[in-house]
Design a protein around this ligand. Sequence first.
Ligand code: GLU
Length: 328
Amino acid sequence: MLQDTSKIRDREFEDALERAFLSQLDNNDGAVADYIPELTKTNPSNFGMAIATTTGHIYQVGDVKAKFTIQSVSKAFAFCLALEVAGPELVASRVGVEPSGDPFNAIVFDPQTNRPFNPMVNAGAIAVAGILYEHLGEDSFQFMMDRFSSAAGHQLDLNEEVFRSEHATGHRNRAIAHLLLANDALAVPPDDALDLYFRQCSINVTATELAWMGATFANMGTNPVNREAAFDLAAVRNTLAVMFTCGMYDYAGHWAYDVGIPAKSGVGGGIVGVVNRQLGIASYSPLLDAKGNSVRGVGAFKVLADHFGLHAFDCTNVGSSFIASLIR
Ligand code: GLU
């Protein structure tokens, strides 16, 4: 009798995802971000994970419909848009691509260039928001929303309360923006760059939507289901490289060592990971470690990466080819 292999594949994904999820479900370490009051209102026990494939399938477990703010995960997608809109030379003149090893909100610039080290720390992300505002002006947030929504496969919305809270309390980010202006890394008024940056951080997503955004990166910038071209092909390559080296705050080195896929995390509790040409993986759990990464998310990604051999340099080479043979 012929076996329906698609069912076996589905089960393999579901089982692996569930195993990764269950391995962290009882882990209550970490704390919800409290730098703005709005974020403390999150339910700390929320936990969801999703895997979206470039062939258009989705696998989900837990609280995958719970909304949370994208926060720093937006930095990767905004950088990708800036590369497309302004071109890599202009972007390179404003922000570097070196890991800094410093916390995300450090007020530190590359001593050689006076530019932010990379677009995944706040200083670099505010410079990137400045580039987008410089090129698109008042339309820049709508442009970002449209592209993010194409990638997510769903119309996203803004969390107004979080935006207002970020805006009211973001004095450190304001200081960074003024230093960027002083260093010629910003060509628009700091308030315009900051308004866009605070808004982009306050976009609501679910784990499912974030997985599709990751799958859109994995699929060379085109959402695998709606076929909308959300990101430019060349810009995706450059963005994945920066995510690989700088995406997990000052844990990026450990992450590359242990998990070995490009990823970006945010203090809202989200992590997106990309297995190039194959998968977008997202986790959401708002309990953060001291570096700002979701505790359960990091743990679950490790289990999943080990299970499938996702690490880019997996010596047994079952990794990518193994997944490729599974996805349909
Ligand atoms: N809105 C946050 C900030 O700029 C983002 C922090 C994060 O997710 O790393 O402080």
